[in-house]
Design a protein around this ligand. Structure first.
Ligand code: PRP
Ligand code: URA
Length: 209
């Protein structure tokens, strides 16, 4: 079964509190999501493998480490996942970026796919799927299915906030996927919103209603 990792770094938790606050406006919300995404990129890359290289400093020769292993790819789920891309690219600037477009049908709450565009070498990359919200889990599960269908072999999911219902659905649909979050909240409400959550992530990022 996939594991769930909660990033408890104080800076992440502090900024998430202001992201949740309904009085935080669009500009500040965007800036905070960007900053938290950068901090989460730092945490999620903690286990990246290193290899030893030899370099010349101005003083002498030394053995030192650089990152090795598979190259990374980021796959935001449109729209709201876009808000986390730039923050992650600040720390992983060479990552390629694919896009999966999904929206949740407001009646059924089931995801509807409308766009998929991916780097041609996704099978060789370690992919991080990003979306601020894991609510029913339908969108993330569908995005991961879409990626696997196109050859992705190595995937992780990173969200700001997950509901227990979404974690369960993800684990049922994709037991091989590890999840990285800033918080696991209490539950979903009758409209499929995460409680306490942060409201509608796409609307708050882009100023729509
Ligand atoms: C939101 C969010 C997730 C999805 C989560 O997107 O960004 O993609 O809902 O809900 P789920 O786990 O129940 O599927 P939304 O459908 O509102 O689309 P948007 O990002 O275009 O606003
Ligand atoms: N999508 C959101 O943007 N927020 C939620 O709470 C649930 C789904």
């Amino acid at each position: 079964m996939g594991k769930v990792y909660v990033f408890d770094h104080p800076l992440i938790q502090h900024k998430l509190s202001y992201i949740r606050d309904k009085n935080t406006g669009t500009k500040e919300f965007r800036e905070l999501v960007d900053e938290v995404a950068m901090l989460m990129a730092y945490e999620i890359t903690r286990e990246m493998p290193l290899e030893e290289v030899v370099i010349e400093t101005p003083v002498t020769t030394c053995k030192t480490n650089v990152i090795s292993g598979k190259k990374l790819g980021l796959v935001p789920i449109l729209r709201a996942g876009l808000g986390m891309v730039d923050g992650m690219l600040k720390l992983i600037p060479a990552a390629k970026v694919g896009h999966v477009g999904l929206y949740r049908d407001p009646e059924t709450l089931e995801p509807v796919e409308y766009y998929v565009k991916l780097p041609s070498d996704i099978q060789d990359r370690e992919l991080i799927v990003i979306d601020p919200m894991l609510a029913t889990g339908g969108s993330a599960a569908a995005a991961i299915t879409a990626l696997k269908k196109r050859g992705a072999l190595n995937l992780k999911l990173m969200c700001l906030i997950a509901a227990p219902e979404g974690i369960e659905r993800l684990q049922q649909a994709h037991p091989d996927i590890d999840l990285y979050v800033a918080a696991v909240d209490e539950q979903l409400n009758d409209h499929g919103y995460i409680v306490p959550g942060l409201g509608d992530a796409g609307d708050r990022l882009f100023g729509t209603k």
